[in-house]
Design a protein around this ligand. Structure first.
Ligand code: ADP
Ligand code: MG
Length: 371
């Protein structure tokens, strides 16, 4: 049992079930990120933890106590929203301690909490300002401060960085990570941004259509995605999914794929149990970084396959060059080193790191696990 237990939880609005049998155990001090496309049920789940939405069935408990019927104010949970709505007429300091005052916390204690938290978040210089006199990033920090002064058991965030510009979002991401390293408070954090999920979390729940598709560490999710949805949602550019057929060659399973010139290539599979798929179709999953130029190939890989194929598009991106080529009649993105000479319309020798390839069942779209 975890610190925060979400056990067989469903949510219906009228006759429509929007969350289905969600099971997530969060250990104390974990940073769990709920990630998924818009409408998949992230906010609904977070709001049920906070007590802002009823639980249709199942249980949520904190520290062994079922909180289904407990009033939000009695859950010792603090929440930071995307629209953090600070009171415009109150100072920063008043905004941060207002909630404590409402809870009847004595002034000396409020002042101590305010001093601690404003030092931690480096907002001491603005305590007497009004929110209108702050930048977006400073306001976001005040909103976090308002939640932190309560010293909650669990900290909930709902897309807290979505309203900030790209640069500030990256800075605040680092700040939140530092804050968690210092405080070690249990965090459940909602975002639709897969990069935010991978960089912030200790574990990720990838959601789609009201289901938790996979729950795991960022590395598990990235390296061994449970299905095609998780594989293509997490990572940018997305994992390439190439139709292939498993054929034996020298007694070992190979992926047969159609090249852009109409001939076929045979890529030796690193996963021996795919021999049982001989003669069958699979979907081969190749991340862009698993297809590179020969000199840039991973020196630790035991299975680099060279593959000559025509380049369709080149996209220099500063630190890397992304190249689009056609495999199995699909556009496939490869990630080359920036200084590699590569031209659209010309053949190029790619190095495919088959140790990093994953295979999916084309019927169920589930990953075929290595044994
Ligand atoms: P997310 O936060 O992942 O974008 P939500 O949790 O807000 O998704 O919504 C999940 C689903 O529940 C959506 O299909 C949404 O339309 C539906 N939904 C959310 N709130 C309500 C409500 N109050 N009444 C009816 N349906 C709702
Ligand atoms: Mg939402």
């Amino acid at each position: 049992m975890g610190f925060l237990d979400i056990s067989n939880v469903t949510k219906s609005y009228g006759s429509v079930e929007v969350l289905h049998q969600v099971d997530i155990n969060v250990e104390e001090g974990e940073f769990l990120v709920l990630v998924g496309p818009s409408g998949c049920g992230k906010s609904t789940l977070l709001n049920m933890i906070a007590g802002l939405e009823d639980i249709t069935s199942g249980d949520i408990s904190i520290n062994g106590r079922v909180i289904n019927g407990v009033h939000p104010s009695k859950r010792n949970i603090a929440m930071v929203f995307q629209s953090y709505a600070l009171y415009p007429n109150m100072t920063v300091g008043q905004n941060m301690t207002f909630g404590l005052e409402m809870h009847g916390v004595p002034k000396a204690e409020r002042d101590r909490a305010l001093a601690d938290v404003s030092k931690l978040l480096q907002i001491e210089p603005f305590l007497d300002r009004k929110p209108g006199q702050l930048s977006g990033g400073q306001r976001q920090r005040v909103a976090m401060g308002r939640a932190l002064v309560r010293d909650p058991d669990v900290f909930l965030f709902d897309e807290p960085l979505s309203n900030l510009d790209a640069k500030l979002r990256v800075d605040m991401r680092t700040e939140i990570k530092k804050l968690h390293a210092k405080l070690k408070t249990t965090i459940v954090y909602v975002t639709h941004d897969q990069i935010e999920a991978l960089t912030l979390s200790t574990r990720i729940a990838v959601m789609n259509g009201g289901y938790v598709q996979q729950l795991g560490t960022p590395k598990e999710i990235y390296d061994t995605p449970k299905n095609v949805f998780v594989a293509t949602f997490m990572g940018s550019p997305a994992m390439n999914i190439v139709p292939a057929k498993v054929v034996p060659q020298d007694g070992e399973p190979h992926a047969e794929i159609k090249k852009s010139d109409g001939t076929t290539a045979h890529l030796k599979l690193s996963q021996p149990n795919l021999a049982t798929w001989d003669g069958k179709d699979i979907l081969l999953g190749l991340r862009p970084e698993a297809m590179t130029d020969v000199d840039g190939a991973d020196k630790n890989s035991r299975n680099i396959v060279k593959l000559n194929n025509t380049v369709d598009v080149t996209e220099p991106a500063g630190s890397d060059t992304f190249v689009t080529t056609t495999l199995g009649s699909k556009d496939v993105v490869a990630r080359l080193r920036a200084d590699v000479e590569v031209y659209a319309g010309q053949p190029f020798e790619f190095a495919v790191n088959m140790d990093k390839a994953v295979a999916f069942d084309p019927q169920t779209e589930e990953r075929i696990e290595a044994e």
